[in-house]
Design a protein around this ligand. Structure first.
Ligand SMILES: O=P(O)(O)OC[C@H]1O[C@H](O)[C@H](O)[C@@H](O)[C@@H]1O
Length: 288
């Protein structure tokens, strides 16, 4: 079966190509994308997969706040990155056509904990669609305001890429973009490709470009992944490096060498969604 449901996760298989993906219902977190015989998504060997905390790796979904909300904003008491990544979603639909296999996951206000509902009292519905094709995977989030009052939200497809060597990776497509460096607590303009030489936590705001490349070395021959984004203005680049990694219980001490997060979303500013309105954003990953 191209889409099979197990107790805790959904497995998508693209029969003609052998490509595959796995999505945990907890957080609708995609934890694996295999294409051309290789895993492309980083999942920590220490990731907790029992639903007791956010999954360390894959594509956690950030909603409705990025990082920790700040008073007096209504998101101030929510956990870091919101509740979507720590709520149990359900598989609402699956289908296939000649090119792709699709699974759709849903989360709405009736499915989140009482505690989170009290912290963020809006009526919403999220639909997350994962579309696996022979050489690409598309992940799309739709946000529906089904209540009678407007709400603000951030969202982010917090993608952890599995890479051969963090010191060699280049993130292409950010040159000339202003960013907030959360490590140095400064703002700057990116000149040239973004590279990793230590802890990186940068929020690039309002990119005109829609294609970002995660190139594994100095040229395309080194391989890599293209991230094509749609309706998502901002990009976050993150690598915790040694010291932060050592302080994270669910991240192996040496794992920072083989991962980079390049995260497409709406985080520099909140988006406002009027009662009855919907919004959508997506990314398509493909190999370079
Ligand atoms: O540890 P988490 O809550 O999963 O957050 C992991 C990281 O997510 C984003 O990339 C943020 O920019 C970082 O500041 C944060 O450390």
């Amino acid at each position: 079966m191209p889409v099979s449901q197990h107790s805790d996760k959904t497995i998508l298989t693209h029969p003609a190509s052998g490509a595959g993906a796995e999505v945990y219902l907890f957080g609708a977190t995609l934890t694996s994308w295999k294409v051309k015989g290789e895993e492309r998504i980083f999942l920590s060997e220490k990731a907790v997969l029992d639903g007791s905390k956010a999954i360390r790796g894959g594509i956690p979904l950030v909603f409705p706040v990025f990082g920790k909300g700040k008073a007096p904003h209504v998101t101030a008491s929510l956990p870091q990155h919101g509740f979507a990544r720590i709520s149990r979603w359900k598989l609402v639909n699956s289908h296939e056509d000649s090119n792709s296999v699709v699974a759709e996951f849903g989360l709405d206000h009736s499915m989140i904990s009482e505690e989170h509902r009290a912290m963020w009292p809006f009526d919403f519905s999220l639909v997350y669609t994962v579309k696996l094709s022979a050489e690409t995977i598309e992940t799309q989030l739709r946000v529906h305001n089904i209540g009678n009052q407007a709400f603000d939200f951030n969202t982010l497809l917090h993608t952890y890429f599995l890479i051969p060597d963090a010191t060699k990776v280049r993130v292409i497509g950010l040159s000339g973009v202003d960013y907030t460096d959360k490590v140095l607590q400064t703002t700057a303009r990116q000149e040239g490709d973004a590279v990793i030489r230590g802890e990186v936590d940068s929020v690039y705001a309002n990119l005109a470009a829609t294609n970002i490349e995660i190139q594994f070395g100095d040229n395309r021959a080194a391989g890599g992944v293209q991230l094509h984004k749609n309706g998502l203005k901002d990009i976050v680049v993150w690598n915790p490096w040694a010291e932060k990694a050592a302080g994270m219980a669910d991240f192996g001490n040496e794992e920072f060498h083989r991962m980079i997060c390049v995260e497409a979303g709406q985080v520099a500013e909140f988006l406002a969604l009027a009662a009855g309105d919907s919004w959508q954003g997506s990314q398509i990953l493909s190999l370079l």
